[in-house]
Design a protein around this ligand. Structure first.
Ligand code: MG
Length: 258
């Protein structure tokens, strides 16, 4: 579970490339593009431009390089040619990238065109909730501190936190130990140590936390049909705090970094 400085340097390279992919997506006009077109564009970027491997493709039989989760889709939305993004929607794009044997994992919920205030508020609170979790990461802190920081903030904003999906250790494998829950009790759970690398990826719902899914299908929906948003960064525990390996160009950390 503990990575060496050399391994973390490689993971930071993968993370920086993935951050570039998100930066490029942020420059695009998403309205009018299908999620399949975005999948194909990201695949070309990762394979042809960055000479890296889209780590999600083939993992657990998943055939694409990204998940595209629109509006009430909590996670695991499938790219589709018929899903053409419309103004007013929110869409989470979740992408993994492997370079030199190490994987980085990140996601952003994008606003498509003109988005109404309630949806924008959810998206911005979800981003902040992720950062509340990241800011709790330091050697000696517990995973319960991280989860608590996220859930406390989410609840204070009037949102619920999805409990069925969590962050995860990451390295040569996409999913390693530990599991990083987005709720918890302070002072409980695994004690963090320098060299641990994991994702923090809270899903916040506008309504209730309950989800629904079909075991035969990938996408997971909110049960009440209300909106869900998600953000994800891959982070490393440093000697004194935290380093965000997938920080976007121009993104300001919402915490002390070191
Ligand atoms: Mg993840």
């Amino acid at each position: 579970m503990i990575k060496s400085a050399a391994e973390i340097a490689l993971m930071a390279q993968a993370g920086a490339l993935l951050a570039d992919v998100f930066h490029a997506l942020g420059q695009l006009k998403l309205e009018g593009r299908s999620t399949m077109a975005l999948n194909d564009l990201v695949e070309r970027m990762i394979v042809d431009d960055l000479r890296a491997r889209p780590a999600s493709k083939g993992q657990y039989g998943f055939p694409y390089v990204l998940n595209a989760s629109i509006d009430d889709v909590v996670c695991h939305g499938m790219p589709a040619a018929e899903d053409v993004l419309r103004s007013g929607q929110i869409v989470n794009l979740d992408i993994t990238l492997e370079k030199n044997g190490y994987i980085a994992d990140s996601s952003t919920t994008f606003l498509v065109g003109e988005v109404a205030y309630p949806a924008r508020r959810l998206v911005s609170a979800t981003y902040n909730a992720m950062w509340k979790g990241i800011a709790a990461v330091r050697p000696g802190a517990r995973l319960g501190d991280v989860g608590h920081a996220i859930a406390r903030y989410a609840r204070a904003q009037g949102y619920s936190v999805v409990k069925e999906y969590c962050g995860h250790g990451i390295g040569r494998q996409m999913h390693e130990d530990p599991q990083v829950l987005h709720y918890g009790r302070p002072g409980t759970g695994l004690e963090l140590e320098e060299g641990m690398v994991f994702t923090i990826e809270p899903m916040l719902n506008q309504g209730k936390a309950a989800i629904r899914s079909d075991p035969e299908q990938w996408p997971v929906y909110t049960r009440d049909g209300k909106l869900s948003a998600q953000f994800e960064h891959t982070v490393a525990v440093t000697r004194t705090g935290v380093r965000v390996l997938t920080l976007r160009p121009g993104e300001t950390p919402q915490c002390a970094v070191g």
